[in-house]
Design a protein around this ligand. Structure first.
Ligand code: BG6
Ligand code: MG
Length: 217
């Protein structure tokens, strides 16, 4: 009677959206495309390649494939220079409490992230050993809102999809969880995440009693 609890990484466990934003902003500036935190919101949960396509759409621009690839490589190097400085201080509030409570209560835990840098980031913040399995952007071909990443995580946990609960900060991620037939819990703004079954502003608002109800349900 175990449940599977699947956590997105960026924006759920750590606030890397700020670093993605800085790196994309530098790229957009170099192309003369205006890009603010409002536009950045549309890139949350979206794959690296799809993100650059969206930025180019914002600027009504197209690029030759080799230039596209060069910019993607630069952006990731730039992003990783921010990641390099990360420490466990950057784990978002009450994430360690929630992970501990769930594993102490015998639940199965997975990471389900679109990021190809997920393992690097978990290593930097010291959370590599907290999950029974990790599924990241190097292991899936279809981006959220496609449910592939969460379906694969559930398989690796040996828990059926209908017994899985997903924590997500991006609309594409909530849709992916819903498409997988899982219970979706939004972390962030309820107006953005309105398709989620529940929304909390952050993990400090998620009590152990609520987690217990999820386990028992
Ligand atoms: C998601 C982020 O988790 O991962 C996106 O929300 C990001 O902003 C995507 O583009 C891919 O990440 P990466 O690290 O492989 O470029
Ligand atoms: Mg996210």
């Amino acid at each position: 009677n175990k449940k599977g609890f699947i956590f997105d990484l960026d924006g759920v466990i750590v606030d890397t959206a700020q670093y993605h934003y800085l790196a994309w902003k530098e790229l957009a500036d170099s192309l003369g495309i205006s890009f603010s935190e409002v536009e950045n919101e549309q890139l949350k949960g979206v794959s690296r390649i799809r993100s650059l396509e969206k930025i180019l759409e914002m600027g009504n621009m197209t690029l030759a494939q080799d230039e596209f690839d060069r910019l993607i490589t630069n952006k990731n190097a730039d992003y990783l220079s921010y990641v390099e400085g990360m420490t466990r201080e950057e784990i978002l509030a009450d994430v360690p409490r929630v992970l501990r409570f769930l594993s102490e209560n015998g639940q199965r835990l997975a990471l389900g992230s679109a990021s190809k840098n997920a393992r690097t980031i978990l290593g930097k913040v010291g959370l590599m050993d907290q999950f029974d399995t990790i599924v990241d952007g190097t292991q899936v071909s279809k981006a959220k809102p496609d449910p592939e990443v969460f379906i694969r995580a559930a398989k690796e946990l040996h828990v059926p999809a209908e017994r899985c609960i997903v924590f997500e900060d991006a609309l594409a991620g909530i849709q992916a969880a819903n498409n997988a037939g899982m219970l979706s819990i939004g972390i962030g703004d309820p107006t953005v995440l309105r398709e989620a079954a529940f929304v909390f502003s952050d993990f400090t608002k998620i009590s152990n009693e609520f987690l217990n109800e999820l386990i028992q349900a």
